[in-house]
Design a protein around this ligand. Structure first.
Ligand code: UD2
Length: 312
């Protein structure tokens, strides 16, 4: 039996990946998570089939024996959020850079076949050209973006210097069930869902015309699994977005229509470190990984809203 590790597997994206792996028939899935932003509840339905190691990736000695001998490590553990990395940069630096180094090192020393690393579209910053292609020079504009980019560089160098197979996937604004709306640093769509169902007013930072390539969480889980098996991809970086972009104003309008309500948002000042527009060029991921996003924005929003309505 092949051991599969998901760091951050109790988080919103990690737990979706764990479920996708189990559906595929992987039967030795282990999670490393310090439960800082993730929670055990996210793994509730699959708890009997998953081993949860409550460990922090900053603790290199603790994670090494868990990673030892794994076939694949999906490295998703991180402190997300651009504004959080500005307000409180040290923990995100330590987890996103030092912790990521520890995971790669444990994988290289522990004979792991491949590490799939969750990178971020924030690496692009404000490029003039859309869509954003992997060959563009990175222009990080927040500590979080720098941290995620350093992880990509480490992924590449662990391949070239230590022979570890790595694939970095740049996630583009992932949304869906289980995204926690409980923090001011939560992803905007989880906050929109909360406001919509509570009939409260969301705050939009800036004019709401900024756009994002919102990607449904199951599509991201699917491309992670593909990245673990694709050939001739070691050491490379791929966009894991949908190839579309929608403004915040558009999304809030769609959600109001779905719910049959009229709640004008409040507009605040633009957020520090924010990128204006984000949209993935998916050609390389389609060609090399067989990436095939399944969920339109309407379908993804509908499923997400249904989940919050019945569960949250
Ligand atoms: C960045 C990355 C994304 C992922 C994520 C992890 C970009 C383009 N995307 O997402 O790939 O790594 O970080 O955290 O860099 N907003 C509001 N009101 C709110 C909350 C947010 O208007 O209450 C705005 C915010 O100013 C931004 C947009 O919504 O323009 C998206 O913000 P977010 O925090 O959901 O994600 P973002 O784009 O920083």
């Amino acid at each position: 039996m092949k051991k599969i590790i998901v760091t951050g597997g109790a988080g919103f994206i990690g737990s979706a990946l764990v479920r996708a792996l189990l559906v595929r028939g992987e039967d030795e899935v282990e999670v490393i998570d310090n439960l800082l932003t993730g929670c055990e509840h996210n793994l509730k339905e699959v708890a009997s089939r998953v081993r949860l190691h409550k460990l922090d990736i900053r603790d290199a000695q603790a994670i090494a024996p868990v990673i030892l001998g794994a076939d694949v490590v999906y490295h998703l553990a991180a402190i997300p959020s651009v504004p959080r990395s500005i307000a409180d940069p040290i923990p995100s630096h330590e987890i996103n850079i030092d912790g990521t180094f520890n995971v790669f090192r444990a994988a290289a020393q522990g004979g792991v076949r491949r590490v799939v690393y969750a990178a971020s579209s924030s690496a692009y910053g404000d490029t003039e050209v859309l869509p954003k292609t992997e060959s563009m020079a990175p222009r990080p504009q927040s500590p979080y973006a720098v941290q995620k980019l350093v992880g990509e560089y480490y992924a590449s160098v662990f391949h070239s210097c230590f022979g570890l197979e790595t694939v970095a996937l740049r996630f583009f604004n992932v949304y869906g069930p289980r995204q926690d709306p409980g923090s001011p640093y939560s992803g905007v769509l989880s906050l929109f869902m909360k406001h919509l169902l509570n009939r409260t007013t969301p705050t939009i930072f800036g004019d709401g015309e900024q756009s994002r390539d919102f990607t449904y969480v199951e599509d991201v889980a699917a491309v992670c699994v593909k990245a673990a098996v694709a050939t001739d991809v070691a050491g490379k970086i791929y966009n894991a977005g949908n190839g579309g972009r929608f403004t915040l104003n558009f999304i809030w309008d769609v959600l109001q229509k779905m719910e049959g309500v009229h709640i004008p948002p409040v507009y605040g000042p633009p957020r520090e470190g924010d990128v204006r527009h984000s949209m993935a060029d998916t050609a390389s991921a389609i060609a090399d990984l067989g990436h095939a996003p399944q969920f339109s924005i309407e379908e993804g929003l509908r499923r997400t809203l249904d989940w919050y309505r019945t569960t949250a």
